[in-house]
Design a protein around this ligand. Sequence first.
Ligand code: AMP
Ligand code: ZN
Length: 464
Amino acid sequence: MRLFDTLTRTERELRPIDGSTFRFYCCGPTVYGPAHIGNFRTFVLQDVLRRTLETGGTRTMHVRNITDVDDKTIRDSQKAGQSLTDFTRGWTEKFHTDCKKLGLLPPHVEPGAVDHIPQQIAMIEELVKKGHAYLSDDGSVYFNIASFPGYGALSHLEHRELELGKTQNTRASSDEYDKENLSDFVLWKARRPEDGVNFWPSPWGDGRPGWHLECSAMIKEYLGDSFDLHSGGVDLVFPHHENEIAQSTCSCGGKFAAHWFHITHLLVDGGKMSKSLGNLYTIDDLEKRGFTAMEVRYVLIGGHYRKQLNFTLDSLSAAHEALAKIAKGARSLAARAGDETTLTSVDFGPFQSAWDSLNDDLNTPAALGGIFTGLKASADLQGKDAAAALAALNRILRALGLILPESSEKESTDVPADIRQLAETRWQARSAKNWTESDRLRDELAKLGWQVKDGKDGYALEKA
Ligand code: AMP
Ligand code: ZN
């Protein structure tokens, strides 16, 4: 598949560097409250990227971290009168509940910053040793951006900004700042009274790591010095990802990420989301209004990830209608397929354009359009042809991570929806040569009383 790359500003083919597994990293949530639907735009698009690769037969290794120590988590855990660990554990669990509702595949590894303090200290030691970092009078350690000629490449910093930043010789002790305040950034923050009990010993005294460092250290731990793709919302391009590149390339010497995937911010009612405007929606807020997380997912993939997407409650109602329409189409295909419902075809038949759109810079709105075109084109198909079209539709739906409304699914075939879903996931694992996972799912299906028979181009399900 082809995907736009922020660093080179071109669309490039995605291919695993190691020739077998596509290994990618996503900056995860800061767990000091519930994630909002803007955060989920980013996580859902990353999920569709992974699902598309897997549906196309590529094995993946997905790492997404949990930011469980920073200014905000420390501040709010103290306000809540809880230990940092208890506080962040609660919000991490809430995040997982929401992810499940939205149909997000759990990452293969989900490391937390607090569990990787030694790795972060080791990286700073390496940077100090190589002359890229220095201890300041306040006991904090900073990265010297003038020591890294590649600084600014990702965010395409202008020469003027760069020169200013390097000559001004200023330091940012806060994790978040803008391009106008370009400066050396903090790797190790010396202990402050407001941190309470949240500090760790280090060669430079008590303190805690700066936010940018955790991703570099965890990437090194789980993906090594060079890996396939790195991702987050656009706000992370500068300074977070720029700083990650600096830390990682200067300490490890590898190529770091081969590709950069950034998702444009979600707007609500035409503007920025904010607590004060009362438009900072969470999944719970929308469920209270009678919408489902699947409808939220549909809206979030309804816009191209490089374009602005405006969220409204009306768009959720439209998503409800659209999902019902697709479910009706699937039901009709299943009825016409009769006994042939369990065949999986290798091609996408009437849904080819939907599949092509996903592979063309992850064009999810075009893929959704392709589903309706495909349903129209398959309106007269019968028997085997209808079964093949239904299998193709199910593959597209899995790539998009869409689960059709329950009531429609029940009537669609003799095979229960959850069994079909399991069998489809297993087929995808098998196509990606992920034998362990495919065997595990075969056993799970067997336990539920269903036997899978594999053919060259598909599988059949039989009651054991
Ligand atoms: P945070 O929990 O703030 O660390 O953010 C988690 C992820 O959500 C990051 O990749 C952010 O870039 C992303 N993000 C934050 N706000 C939005 C938004 N309005 N639209 C899309 N992504 C966002
Ligand atoms: Zn990160």
